[in-house]
Design a protein around this ligand. Sequence first.
Ligand code: FE2
Length: 249
Amino acid sequence: MIDIHTHVLPGVDDGSESMEMSLSMLALAAESGVDTLVTTPHCNIPDEIDNYLDAELEERWEELNAEKERAEIPIRLCHGMEIFATPELPELLREGRVWTLNGTDYFLMEFAFNEDPDFCFQILEDCVSEGFHPIIAHPERYFFLQDDPQIAFAWCTAGYGLQVNKGSLLGRFGHGPMHTAELLMEHGLVACVASDAHRPYQRSTYMGEIRRLLEGRYGEEYMRLLLEENPARILSGEELLGYEPISFE
Ligand SMILES: [Fe+2]
């Protein structure tokens, strides 16, 4: 499996707090069958977290990669970020101040939970005009999308990738996100499922349960599309695959 959304890079956001914690998160991922994992620290959160790409961040990433090799954890690490959507996002991409997903045109982004949907549509279009392809983190957690899931249909048909959190489908974020995640699954709107892991124990990197849930409920083919095929396509910059999206109207 490939996990494209994790907060495993130590000491840069609200995810892993130490190298030791990061290594146990990576070991847990590997144990559950993850062979490739993208580190996606939060970036560009106003008044909270900058994390723009610089020598220090690169060094920190190299250090994690080296420690992972030393610990002989059989997992490949790739570059990425979870970039918070502000009006500056297209400019950050254009100027190369952020890590896209494994250096491709795909980038992982998140919105404020109560963002104005018009702003979302506009910023997504602006990023595409710059030549980048959005992968939208946990759409099922946004209140405006829970209220109007047709937004997800519009995003999917516009070619944006929707990344659902494993914890949402497992019910860890409550009824709203779980119900919306299930709706998106049933309507063929999900490109991939990722851990969005922050810790080794809760919101973890372990992907065993979600693999079983997806396979049991939606079948092996859909499960493989979400945990293997599309994540691999994202990391090699290929077009996403999917089922025919079903409108809510
Ligand atoms: Fe995240």
